[in-house]
Design a protein around this ligand. Structure first.
Ligand SMILES: [Zn+2]
Ligand SMILES: [Zn+2]
Length: 396
């Protein structure tokens, strides 16, 4: 593609009609239809039992009102997303932070972090889930919807609940914990403070300290066993999905730059959706396809790109030799990139050509050395009196 064509595509890339914009209205107006469309698709995926809500930073340093600064994150500047995901990183619901979070329709206002959890949790069919994140009012509200919760909590948010102070716990040794139980508005709540190398407080409506298990920790150059309450184990198991998703996106993040603030969001959604599709592909593979036959993320992305570029498309270069499409690294022993099945079998524009040099037939199991090629797939295939690999390869 030429630079000019690409710049034109970027210039005319729009998702909403600017004439309908209301001054002072939705800050994400320009991408709202795209976000809604993706959220509807994510909502329709069958959910796992263990879910978590977490923040995601989309690195961005350009000019935008929506840009946030979070000093604790590796990428400190960017757009802040809230994501409802499971432990494998599959996203079911998300929202972009726009500076204020209004209470979810039909729910009371319980502060920004509580409101966003209630809003994302509205996608969860009731009666199934265990979750995350925390304040007391939020957990009570979710428990009433039959959604069980566990989450870390700041000690000063637990009104009327006093734990041993940090010094006293440290003196008792690593792994000390203290448990408190209360009933609030008819809902049982357990609060646990655990001292590992620093104190952490957790609150839950379905899990408490027992049974405790042991975890291994390094302490002054030797391995020690530290007792860990069950609540911490459950919390750790369900958290981490969004971190996993982040690391997968960061592996092959597209680096498209643009002056328009909303382009970063659009291109991020492209990355996120592809990783999501790959995770679902892996989930579907689980019982049928052996581990070593599953596509790695990079190959999956290349195949998607290749199908979008080539499937059902007619080459517009009618004159001269067709250009070879070579995506990804050439593997040793393979002469060219073999397009994915949907492209090979699209019945569009596959013509036999005579090449100027000889090459090995790419039909699996065929060892023929021939001069005939497919014009679209750009691979050598037998087309002789004895064999017609062309027919088998492209007609599948
Ligand atoms: Zn072909
Ligand atoms: Zn052959």
């Amino acid at each position: 593609m030429t630079v000019n064509r690409w710049e034109n595509i970027k210039r005319y890339l729009h998702f909403a009609d600017n004439n309908n914009q209301v001054p002072g209205g939705d800050k994400l107006f320009k991408v709202r239809p795209l976000l809604n469309f993706l959220n509807d698709s994510f909502n329709s995926i069958p959910m796992d039992e263990m879910l978590c809500v977490d923040e995601q930073m989309v690195p961005f340093k350009g000019k935008s009102q929506l840009k946030q600064y979070i000093p604790m994150k590796p990428k400190r500047w960017g757009y802040k997303f809230f994501i409802l995901a499971d432990q494998h990183g599959i996203v079911y619901n998300f929202d972009v932070y726009t500076g204020s979070i209004q209470p979810h329709p039909g729910s009371p206002d319980i502060g920004a972090s509580g409101n966003i959890v209630l809003q994302l949790a509205s996608a969860i069919p009731t009666n199934i889930s265990h979750n995350w994140f925390c304040i007391m009012d939020l957990q009570v509200l979710l428990e009433k919807k039959k959604i069980h919760c566990v989450g870390t909590v700041r000690q000063n948010r637990l009104a009327g609940c006093t734990f041993m102070d940090d010094g006293a716990m440290k003196a008792k040794g690593r792994g000390t914990h203290q448990e408190k139980m209360t009933t609030h508005d008819g809902v049982n709540l357990w609060a646990i403070k655990w001292f590992d190398n620093r104190p952490v407080a957790l609150l839950s409506t379905f899990v408490a300290a027992n049974p405790t298990t042991e975890v291994q920790r390094w302490d002054k150059k030797e391995m020690v066993r530290v007792p860990r309450p069950n609540i911490v184990a459950v919390y750790n198991k369900s958290m981490g999905g969004v971190d996993l998703l982040d690391s997968l996106i960061a592996l092959y993040r597209n680096k498209i730059r643009s002056k328009k603030w909303y382009h970063r969001i659009v291109f991020h959604m492209l990355d996120l959706t592809l990783v999501e599709a790959w995770l679902l592909y892996r989930r579907d593979c689980q019982s049928q396809i052996p581990e070593n036959a599953r596509l790695p993320l990079l190959d999956f992305k290349i195949q998607v790109a290749c199908c979008l570029c080539m499937e059902n498309k007619v080459s517009n270069k009618r004159k001269g030799r067709p250009s070879q499409v070579v995506l990804g690294k050439k593997k040793r022993g393979r002469h060219s990139f073999v397009p994915p099945d949907p492209v090979r079998r699209d019945n569009t524009d596959h013509w036999p050509l005579q090449a100027n040099e000889k090459g090995r037939c790419q039909m699996p199991g065929c060892k023929g050395i021939v001069m005939s090629k497919c014009s679209k797939c750009a691979v050598f295939l037998c087309f002789t009196r004895e064999r017609n690999c062309f027919f088998d390869f492209d007609k599948g």
